[in-house]
Design a protein around this ligand. Structure first.
Ligand code: F6P
Length: 360
């Protein structure tokens, strides 16, 4: 056993299933295997801005039941960039130094940051400025963090979306309807493509492949002519309208929330095919709930690997899943390339081979 360390762990950005399983894995490995101390930092970097820093001591007996629990016991936020943090008087302030000071006040040897590409980029910048020994773990239902083939939360989100699509087949068939299912994913179509194939969708629309309403309507009419009385369309929230617009709402500090493309499509399809249409927006159901076995396994493997990186002093790195193995790479390398769906991807080819219309 090496020198006793005190490490911090925080969850940042939107929550997803599997975060608690990471917290559990990190605690078991750090405390049980290495004899270290683990402090959970509350509400992402905001816990380090507060005075005293807002933390909870994590012990194996406190975290054991977290494996199957959704959300994050530490809390998180996807608002309030620390470099332009919204203050109560409405002004924006750079609070990165408060975070750095919080880390040093806690006398931490290292920090594990669980986040998507946005959070990891911010954490890395703060770590570089303040001498923070950072190790990253990728999480996001969008599955869009560079290099890693899988991020925590994605598999559960795909499972939830698939189950919803499964259910819609029966009600769609009973009423001769076209069902439009809107899934999350921000700018990446991974959830739509995976859940669409797994759920037997007839049309899958993703932002990486530009689609035309005309082609979608043609496919639905073709199915009608073939005797199929219903169709299921899965659309990613970032798909644009015919005019090239993303349907979104901009919030107070410039953050935008996507959502609404399914209703637009439903209206266009009803007009173009005469079919009755209905919309299901899955929204945050995709982020909540019990993590899938795969997400629990990934979370456990990533948690253990992150602790081992700290034991080896390999900071400024992130754990990734590549070819059935956990591999560590530099955080900068992992986030420099956004992982969108490659239009030549195996799953895109699979969808085409199944006769699924991608709208192009
Ligand atoms: O990035 C994860 C994600 O769930 C996206 O898929 C979605 O667009 C966004 O977060 C929703 O964010 P919020 O929780 O702020 O509504």
């Amino acid at each position: 056993m090496g020198q006793r360390k005190r490490i911090g762990i925080l969850t940042s950005g939107g929550d997803c299933a599997g975060l608690n399983a990471v917290i559990r894995a990190v605690t078991h490995c750090a405390v049980d295997v290495h004899g270290w101390e683990v402090l959970g930092i509350c509400k992402a970097t905001q816990g380090l801005m507060n005075r005293p820093p807002q933390v909870m001591r994590l012990e194996p007996n406190k975290v054991d039941s977290l494996l199957m629990m959704g959300g994050t016991i530490l809390g998180t936020t996807n608002k309030g960039n620390p470099f332009a943090f919204p203050m109560p008087d409405g002004s924006l302030r750079d609070r990165s130094q408060d975070i750095i000071e919080g880390y040093h006040l806690l006398d931490l040897d290292a920090l594990i940051g669980i986040g998507g590409d946005g959070s990891l980029a911010i954490l890395r910048k703060i770590a570089q400025e303040g001498g923070i020994n950072l190790v990253g773990i990728p999480k996001t239902i969008d599955n869009d963090v560079g290099i890693t083939e899988r991020s925590i939360g994605f598999d559960t989100a795909v499972n939830i979306a698939t189950e919803a699509i499964d259910r819609l087949h029966f009600t769609a068939a009973s009423h001769n309807r076209v069902m439009i299912v809107e899934v999350m994913g921000r700018d990446a179509g991974h959830i739509a493509l995976n859940a669409g194939i797994a759920g037997g969708a007839h049309i899958i629309l993703i932002p990486e492949i530009s689609s035309k309403i005309e082609n979608v309507c043609f496919h639905i009419k073709k199915r009608q002519a073939q005797g199929f009385n219903y169709s299921i369309v899965v659309v990613s929230e970032a798909v644009c309208t015919e005019a090239g617009e993303t349907i979104k709402k901009t919030e107070q500090f410039g953050e935008c929330r996507l959502g609404g493309i399914s209703q637009y499509l439903a209206d266009c399809i009803a007009k173009g095919t005469g079919a009755e249409t209905r919309v299901t927006v899955l929204g945050h159901t995709q982020r909540g709930g019990i993590p899938s076995p795969l997400d629990r396994i990934l979370a456990s493997a990533f948690g253990v690997a992150a602790v081992e990186l700290i034991a080896e002093g390999k900071y400024d790195s992130i754990v990734t899943w590549q070819q059935r193995q956990v591999k560590s790479v530099a955080i900068a390398e992992a986030i420099q390339n956004y992982r969108a769906v490659d239009p030549e991807d195996t799953l895109v080819k699979t969808a085409r081979g199944l006769g699924i219309c991608l709208g192009d």
